[in-house]
Design a protein around this ligand. Structure first.
Ligand code: TMP
Ligand code: ZN
Length: 405
């Protein structure tokens, strides 16, 4: 019996099995198509003691994050989001020119570059060598390492304590949460803030966002387990809001030595209690909906195909590979995928081996229908592709349940 990564109790209950699945960001080149692809179980568990939803089949971070194709800067909605986040942090928490901002999992430096206009000092920490190099070339100083307490101590010694430590879209990836929080605490100034943005479990359940489950995401957070972990570190939440990004996330602002939680936390805890998130039942219900989405999507795609229509995939996000592999949607149904990320173009999707092209392909050889795998940007994509739609092209949005628009 596996034990819970956070509370150590042997009280895990599996509620969803997505089956053996390849790694979501391991896009293949032509030679790799001939090799055996590594597959790992993708099963999701609920802990009956601390309520953390989690994976137990852990793929080492060194395997997942040393080379990484994903770039924040290629999705313009994310650039807009991060520019607003930078401004809010500077104003709300009174950062001065000279204040140090450290971004953990800083990717290509998109978020840190939004701090430039405010004159703060910035430092990125990014384990993927290829991406850290891009950020450094773009002039965003970035250390190519995993974030550890030792590194935090190093940074604090050489650059001074940080007024803001940012952890956007990285907290769910962290295997050892204790070490992560110890490092953040080490690095923060007494009045500094740790800003976490992480997909919210309530949104995942409400919208049946099962495709956000992949090996990189080892935890799926409600507020309650976050409070429990922070409390152990003597840290407290000073700000908590729901945000739109990645299908619904929360922004959690944390200070060390802040024992009292902000009053807004109670509202979230009440919401989560009302949803019954401390019991396994809503998770089993979620799993049933996941299977319905699979059945409906396959039926829809097969019907279109049977009418002789051509279908492509719009975007090749990591989550798209969970969806394609779980639903067994391969090149027989989707002719190609398009994606704006250079490192994905010319490659093949993991598992299903669908070829990926730059966006131009979509305009040169428009399909009859496009399955929006990057559904978190559906509004922007529909707006961007009005010409395609005016010529009669259709879009399919797969979740909360498949619809044609
Ligand atoms: P994300 O949801 O994890 O940010 O990934 C989105 C993926 O979709 C990323 O690979 C970039 C791609 N993308 C497009 O190809 N076209 C677009 O218009 C947008 C917004 C994203
Ligand atoms: Zn637990």
């Amino acid at each position: 019996m596996p034990h819970c990564r956070v509370c150590q109790h042997e009280t895990l209950e599996r509620f969803l099995s997505l089956g053996p699945t390849p790694l979501a960001n391991r896009f293949l080149n032509r030679e790799q198509l001939e090799e055996t692809e590594p597959y790992f179980p993708l099963d999701v568990y609920f802990c009956n003691t601390c309520c953390l939803v989690q994976l137990v089949d852990i793929v080492p971070a060194q395997v997942l994050f040393r080379e990484y194709p994903y770039l924040t800067g290629v999705s313009s909605p994310m650039k807009t989001h991060f520019a607003a986040l930078a401004e809010e942090i500077v104003q709300e928490y009174h950062l001065d020119p000279g204040s140090l901002v450290v971004d953990i999992g800083s990717n290509d430096g998109t978020l840190l570059s939004s701090f430039r206009q405010f004159g703060t000092r910035t430092l990125g920490v990014e384990p993927a060598a290829n991406i850290a190099a891009l950020a450094n070339t773009a002039g965003v100083q970035t250390i190519n390492q995993f974030f550890t307490p030792a590194l935090a101590e190093d940074i604090a010694r050489t650059m001074g304590p940080a007024k803001a430590v940012l952890a956007t879209n990285v907290f769910a990836h962290v295997h050892d949460l204790d070490s992560f929080l110890q490092g953040a605490s080490e690095l923060l100034s007494a009045d500094g803030v740790l800003v976490i943005e992480v997909p919210y479990l309530v949104d995942m359940l409400d919208n049946t966002e099962f495709d956000t489950i992949y090996h990189e995401h080892v935890s799926y957070f409600a507020v309650r387990p976050i409070v429990a972990i922070l409390t152990r570190f003597g840290m407290g939440i000073v700000g908590l809001t729901r945000i739109r990004v990645h299908g619904g996330s929360i922004r959690v602002v944390v200070q060390k030595s802040r024992t009292q939680q902000a009053r807004v936390v109670d509202r979230f805890l009440t919401l989560e209690a009302e949803r019954g998130l401390s019991f396994v039942r809503p998770y089993h219900e979620f799993a049933q909906r996941v299977h319905s989405v699979k059945d409906e999507l396959i039926e829809l795609l097969r019907n279109l195909k049977a009418q002789g229509l051509r279908i492509a995939g719009y975007g090749a996000p990591a989550k798209g590979n969970t969806l394609l592999n779980f639903c067994k949607v391969g090149p027989d149904l989707l002719e190609y995928l398009i994606d704006t990320t250079p490192a994905k173009q010319g490659r093949f999707s993991p598992g299903m081996h669908i070829p990926i092209y730059p966006e131009q392909r979509f305009h040169l050889e428009p399909p009859d229908y496009a399955l929006i795998l990057a559904w978190n940007y559906a509004d922007e994509i529909l707006e961007k592709e009005t010409a395609y739609r005016q010529r009669g092209g259709g879009f399919i949005i797969p979740i909360p349940r498949p619809i044609v628009v």
